[in-house]
Structure formats: C-alpha cells, structure tokens
Design a protein around this ligand. Structure first.
Ligand code: GCW
Length: 658
C-alpha cells in the first residue's frame, strides 16, 4: 500500500490489551461484514485490543430499531460498553464510525468513554461527483491520476475498498464515477464492454452503503446506438434508451441512476432538436423509472459565446432564465443539480437564485471541493465554512423553513430526492488529495452533508484529531490554519465578490484581464474610474431573480454586503465601503493582508515540524512554501493592475509593484 489512511489512520490512544471486546451485530449482509472489519482494525490500532464476534453477552452491540431512520443511529457508550441501534445497515455503519470518532475525540481509555448521540442524516443524497476520464486523467484534478480508470479500463483494487471506507465513514451514500463531460470510451461505460468491472466497483461501494451513479452522453443513441438522432421526442430514441436502461440495470442492479450535463459548454442536449431540458430529462427518467433509477440533470447551462461588448447578456442570469420556466414540468425521479453560485465555484459568489425560485422540482446543491478556482490543492483553502454560509442563506421562498439547507434537504417542500453533491478532490496521489490539508474538505463535505448543523470549526477539529492523533498543539495549529485559509485566499484573490481574475483555461494564478475580453461571460469591467458589474435593475436585472427582501438587499448599495458589492454594482475606486475604506484601499489592504496570512501558515507548520511525520511535514512544507510565494504574486499582480488603472496610491505608502 503506497498511500495514507487519512482520517482512518486510527492513531494509538492508549495501549490497553486485556480480553477481546465482544461484538454482537444483529445485522447480516455485506455492510455487517464491513462493520466487524472496521471494529477489528480500529480497536487494535486505537487500544491494542482484539475484537471477537459474540452471540449473547457483548461489550459492543449493534442492533436494529425499526423506529429509527434507515441511515440514522443512536449511540450510547459508558463503562466499557457501547450500544448502537440503527434503522438499517447503513445507519449501523455510521453508528460504528460515530463511536470510533467519539473515542478519538475523547482520547481516554475505552472503559472511561462516556456519551450518547442520536442522529439522522440531514440530506437524503450525499454525493461525490468524480470528474475522472477513462484515459486516467481527471478534469480539474489536482491529486494525480484517477484510481477508477486507466487507459480506457476500469480499475478495481484495494484502493477502491479504502476509498469506499473513507467516504462512507463521513456519511457519503452516492458516488458518480465518471466525468460529467462524457467523451470517448466513457460513452461506452453503459455497454457490455465495461459491465463486469463496474459491477465489482458497485458491489464494493454497496458494502459501504454507497450507491453508484454514472454520467451518460446525451448523444449516446447516435454514438453508441448508430441512430441518426438523439431527439428526446423521437420515439426511436426513447425506445433505444428504454432498452439500454433494461440492459444497464440487468447488469448493474442497484445502480442509482444517470447524471447528465446537457447543452452546456459544447455537450450535446435537447436544444439541438428544439426541445427543452424537461423533454430531455423526462425521456431519460421514464426509461430508468422501472428500475428505481434517478436522473440528475445539471443546471450549468449558459451561453459561452458571449461578446464582451454586450453588457446586457449576463451569465449569472442563465441558470434561472433557463430552468425557472420549466418548474413543475420534470418527472418525480428527476433532480436538478444546481451549483452553489450563479457563475462557477469562485471564491465568493451569491447563492444561485434558482434555489429560491423552483418550487415544484427536486433540487440538489452542487459544490466543488476540487479547488479549481481556490488554489488547486496547492494553496490551503478549507471550504466548509463557506458551504455553511451557503446552506444558511435564507431564500425567502415559502412560509416555512426556507434556507438553502432546508430546500435541498427536503424540509421546505417535502421532497425525498434531494441533497448535496461535491465535485471530488481525490486522485491516486499518496495522500489522496495532493495537499494533506485538502483532505479536510473531503472529510468536511461528508460530515456537513450528513449533518448540516455542524460548524466548519467543529469539523476542522474532528478532522485534525482523527488525522494527527492526540497532540493538542498539532490539532490547534491545523485548526487555526484551516479556519483562516478561505478568508486568506479570498483576500489575495479577486476583490469584493467580482471573481475570475485567474489565468484562462487552467485557472491557476493571477491574470486580471485573462477572461476580460473573452467569450465566457466573466467580466469585471474595470476602467480608470472603477470596476464591478451592474446587476441591478438599471443593469442586467439579475438582482430581480431573488425573492424579496433579498432582491432589494442586493439592489441597494446601502444594504448590499461588502463582500459581494462588486458582483452587484459597478463602483468608483473612491467609493467608501461599509468597512469605512475606499474600494481601492480595500484592494490594497486585503492583498497585503492575504499574503501575510499565507506566510503565517507557513510559519505555523514550521513551529510543529518535529511533531509531524517527516513525510507529512515534507509535503506540507513544500505546498505552504509555494503558497507563501504565490500569494505574493497574486498580491503584486492585482495591486499593480489597480494602481496603474486608477492612479491612486496606497494610503499606507507600501510598495505596490514588484
Ligand atoms: O467550471 C467548469 C470547469 C469545467 C467543468 C464545468 C462543469 C466538467 O472549468 O472543467 O466541466 O465547470 O461544471 O461542467
């Protein structure tokens, strides 16, 4: 094995030895087997204790309580005995992982461990979307190559099992193996060529309570089936999909369903045939319905051929403009998957107004833990506090609970097909996520999607303890860096919510005008007087896609929050923000501050150098040294650009250009 165990390393708490712990597990089936395996491994590592199965009297009991949620559990531990009751197999597994987490958080002897908790998942679906290509590379992957695919073959090995363990331990129950951009061999994943190995992966995942999903190519009837059309309203096409679905589910029983990126960034879709997204999604939904399959249809649809001189077209509007008219027209087994913001995973964006708009459609929130625009896993950027902000945003769309968390959990409208998905950040690197600290995003996304009431700070503490063991100083340094990392990244990135000042294509490093005169609809509109996009009623009208009072909050400069003010308004450099600073001074100050923060992260890790495994330290040191230097580059490129544009010097007289 040439990779780390991340938060499942189970670093020793105390050597106890003594009689084996007896475990009585009343569940049978594949997941029950995993439960015993995990307890055996963990108890040996944590306490040097053996574990043995028992029929009657036992120190650890795992029993069914039909009154509990299928994926929920009750845990009671005291005096060397632990009782886990659960509604179903997955709940039992989660209860076991909760016990092991609790043991590590307490850090005491097994006999002294006390506590109870009772929980059910906040979200029905808690998914990871891998953008892995069959050739073995990963779109927006920053942790090496795929461990699912290589050279157009499907990989199944020990790592598949360890992956499933890792993500199940934090409550993930759905995994999409392949990239949403389905090209080349990936179109053939739904053909006899690949069913055998896919079924092996599916069985491994299922033994950890995880459903497998596949992305499909909307043009598969043509590319795979030899038809001359993929028109969703053509009966031959619908028939082809019905037969294909039968074949797929015969070979992959229990498959969760299909994920579709259609009419987006050049991918085929119903628009080619003058059809709507609901025509496309419903045709597929009907084909997969007999097998309990679901169609997850992405809302990342926009015109990527914009002319930069066109100031009326606004990419931010596109999700709402495309999908709102279709509300209520989708089948019950269709879920619309919506990115958190209206643009594309920038370091800061307002929440997509679609969440507040759709009332009769299943919705899922899509976030990205692959740090495409947030440092590509070379910079540390712990995104969980940001996701919490997104979830807490009230959309003012109904009388009852109406935050994004309420909407995607089903609490607002009673949906059961809904939840959260993250674009995954894993690869075959020895530490899974490139940056050791990026594992906190993988851990955190799972934990947050299972229990959205957790805070970023709580999750950071858990992750640090589970990963690094009982060293209080290491834990506090890791937590400190994680919690300061997203604000720091935002400080030296594009200012005040405007986004996109990165290099085109690969999206790494500062380039203020990189996208400014391009076709992608991502503009900052800076000139010698000011910058920002006017999205008020006088501008693109995007503000009005929100419900009241959010629409007015953003529309009015007096109430629009500073951190988003340039997303909604075009302002002069001399405009005074709520912070009391001018826009230009804010730009200078935050960029100096952000670079100082990056240097502080570097120093913090140096201060615990001797407490870390040499290999962990080496990796962290290398990444943080790079971030420290690269944050200076961001600072200098952005500050110089705006100094030259505005001609206004820094009030603190610092050196602006390199
Ligand atoms: O942000 C863009 C990425 C693309 C990605 C697309 C999407 C998978 O740059 O690489 O394609 O989003 O979400 O579909």
């Amino acid at each position: 094995m040439n990779y780390t165990k991340c938060w499942l390393a189970y670093p020793r708490i105390q050597t106890m030895g003594g009689a084996p712990l007896r475990v009585r597990c009343d569940f049978t089936g594949p997941v029950a087997g995993r439960i015993m395996e995990e307890l055996r491994l963990a108890m040996r590592a944590l306490y040097d204790k053996a574990v043995e199965p028992a029929k009657g009297e036992a120190e650890i009991t795992v029993t069914r309580n039909a009154a509990l949620h299928e994926e929920g559990y009750c845990l009671h531990v005291s005096g060397g005995r632990a009782q886990i009751t659960a509604g179903g197999e997955s709940g039992a597994l989660y209860g076991v992982f909760a016990l092991l987490r609790r043991a590590q958080m307490a850090g005491c002897a097994w006999d002294e461990l006390e506590g109870e908790e009772s929980t059910a998942p906040s979200n029905p679906l808690r998914m990871l979307n891998h953008w892995d290509n069959m050739e073995g590379d990963i779109e927006r992957g920053y942790s090496g190559q795929s461990f699912f695919f290589h050279d157009n073959e499907v990989l199944v090995n020990e790592r598949t099992v360890d992956y499933a363990r890792l993500v199940a331990s934090v409550g993930i129950n759905g995994v999409v193996l392949n990239n949403v951009n389905v090209k080349g061999a990936a179109t053939w994943l739904i053909s006899p060529r690949y069913y055998a190995p896919l079924r092996q992966i599916q069985e491994i995942l299922a033994s950890y309570g995880i459903r497998m999903f596949l992305c499909i190519n909307f043009a598969a009837p043509m590319e795979l089936g030899g038809l001359d059309s993929a028109d969703p309203c053509d009966e031959r096409v619908a028939q082809w999909w019905r037969e294909k679905a039968r074949e797929v589910w015969e070979n992959l029983p229990g498959l969760g369903g299909f994920v579709v990126k259609a009419d987006s960034e050049g991918r085929p879709g119903p628009f080619t045939y003058g059809r709507t997204h609901s025509d496309g999604a419903n045709m597929l939904a009907d084909a997969v319905a007999p097998y309990g399959g679901v169609v997850i249809w992405r809302c990342f649809v926009y015109n990527c051929q914009q002319d930069w001189r066109d100031t009326k077209t606004d990419r931010a509007r596109s999700g709402y403009d495309n999908f709102m008219p279709l509300d209520g027209s989708f089948r019950d087994n269709v879920i619309l998957q919506i990115k958190n913001g209206p643009m594309d995973f920038q370091v800061r964006e307002p929440v997509s107004p679609l969440f507040g708009g759709l009332k009769h459609t299943n919705m899922m929130l899509e976030v990205q833990i692959a740090q495409e625009y947030t440092g590509q896993q070379r910079h540390v950027c712990y995104l969980i506090p940001w996701f919490r902000e997104v979830l807490d945003q009230d959309m003012y769309c109904c009388d009852g609970p109406s935050t994004v968390a309420d909407l995607v959990s089903g609490r607002s409208y009673g949906n059961t097909l809904c939840g959260m998905a993250a674009v995954a950040n894993t690869g075959d690197d020895p530490n899974w996520t490139g940056h050791d600290l990026a594992a906190a995003n993988l851990y955190g996304f799972g934990r947050l999607s299972y229990q959205t009431s957790l805070t970023g700070e709580e999750i950071a503490r858990e992750w640090a303890r589970l990963t690094f063991g009982q060293d209080a100083e290491v834990e506090s340094v890791m937590r400190e860096i994680l919690m300061a990392s997203w604000p720091a990244y935002e400080s030296y990135n594009a200012p005040l919510g405007i986004g996109w000042m990165c290099s085109p294509n690969h999206h790494y490093g500062p380039n203020v005008d990189g996208y400014e005169y391009d076709r992608w609809g991502t503009y900052h509109r800076a000139d010698c007087k000011g910058l920002g996009v006017d999205r008020t009623s006088a501008g693109t009208g995007y503000c009005q896609q929100y419900n009241s009072p959010l629409a007015e909050t953003y529309e009015n400069l007096e109430t629009c929050p500073d951190e988003l003010v340039l997303f909604f308004h075009h302002l002069p450099y001399t405009y005074v923000l709520k912070s009391g600073k001018t826009v230009i001074q804010h730009i200078y100050d935050t960029h100096f501050h952000g670079a100082e923060e990056a240097a502080r992260f570097y120093d913090l890790v140096e201060s615990i150098k001797d407490r870390l495994e040499p290999e962990t330290y080496r990796r962290l040191h290398e990444r943080l040294a790079h971030q420290k230097a690269h944050a200076c580059e961001w600072r200098d490129v952005i500050n110089t650009y705006f100094y030259r544009k505005s001609g206004i010097p820094d009030a603190q007289g610092r050196k602006i250009y390199p």
